[in-house]
Ligand binder design. Structure first.
Ligand SMILES: NC(=O)c1ccc[n+]([C@@H]2O[C@H](COP(=O)([O-])OP(=O)(O)OC[C@H]3O[C@@H](n4cnc5c(N)ncnc54)[C@H](OP(=O)(O)O)[C@@H]3O)[C@@H](O)[C@H]2O)c1
Length: 252
């Protein structure tokens, strides 16, 4: 699978991993369409990478997904790649006062969003040669992170869903890839978690994206750069020990 002359839709392409992926894939001669909620952020992304196409769309909103599908497939009928990258991650203290609609936000964006995107776009992707779905999970899909309980549940769920999707689409024209990034230096990581992860640096986002593209081109379907691979191995060899380590974060 080569990333040349593809038509690629990236959710959450206005920042961090999605934006870097959009820039690198555009530079390789692909048509790249990005989404996000903030129109301003989408416009900023287009200024940074002229040639990017953008549609405002909230992945947690079913009506937005239907409208996005109709607009993108009409304008870009050669669409053959869907990257479910949009995500949010928060520190959530369970039991604190919080509206019910708020407490499940990570499930709505990080899990329900990709499941609905696949449901909506799959029949189009089934009609395209060598189609590709990339679901962006997390190293925390392997070991939960107690200060982010809903995120951990969403990403473990996305990993499970992605594995099932790969089996169900086995032997078809659609390849299913899981990209599980480690801590990566993006606004998501630096904004809320920087203070809690003293001394830890994330992987540079350009390095992560280069590795991900190379791995997909090499035919890997489960990509676990850096610490994500360590988390997967530790989750098998010493599951309680690694969980205890992650449980210490945010306690002091
Ligand atoms: N950075 C890390 O350390 C790390 C590690 C493991 C996994 N990941 C995963 O990698 C993915 C990208 O994260 P990132 O670090 O690049 O985050 P980021 O810099 O915060 O970017 C998140 C992107 O998602 C968009 N987004 C958020 N909610 C959305 C919604 N409801 N609908 C549509 N778009 C939405 C944001 O735009 P708007 O806010 O304008 O909507 C933005 O473009 C996420 O799935 C994240 O869980 C990140």
């Amino acid at each position: 699978m080569k990333f040349t002359a593809r038509t690629i839709l990236i959710t959450g392409g206005s920042s961090g991993i999605g934006l870097e992926l959009a820039g690198q894939l555009l530079a390789r001669g692909n048509v790249v369409v990005i989404t996000g909620r903030s129109k301003q952020a989408l416009e900023d992304a287009q200024r940074r990478f002229p040639g990017l196409h953008a549609f405002p769309s909230d992945v947690s909103n079913a009506a937005d997904i239907r409208a996005l599908h109709d607009a993108v497939t009409a304008r870009f009928p050669r669409l053959d790649t869907l990257v479910n990258n949009a995500g949010i991650m928060r520190i959530v203290k369970l039991g604190e006062d919080r509206p019910l609609e708020d407490v499940t936000q990570e499930i709505d964006v990080d899990l329900t969003g990709p499941i609905r995107m696949v449901q909506q776009f799959l029949s189009h992707l089934r009609s395209r040669p060598n189609a590709l779905i990339v679901n962006v999970s997390s190293g925390l899909a392997f070991v939960p992170f107690p200060i982010s309980p809903v995120y951990s549940a969403a990403k473990a769920g996305l990993r499970a869903y992605t594995r099932c999707l790969r089996v169900q689409l086995g032997g078809t024209n659609v390849t299913v890839v899981e990209l599980a990034p480690p801590l990566t230096d993006t606004p998501l990581f630096t904004a809320e978690f920087g203070a809690h992860l003293k001394g830890q640096t994330g992987m540079a986002v350009d390095v992560l994206v280069r590795r991900a593209i190379a791995a997909i081109e090499a035919g890997q379907t489960e990509i676990r750069p850096g610490q994500s691979n360590i988390l997967k191995i530790a989750s098998r060899l010493a599951p309680e020990l690694i969980f205890q380590q992650l449980s210490k974060v945010g306690r002091s």
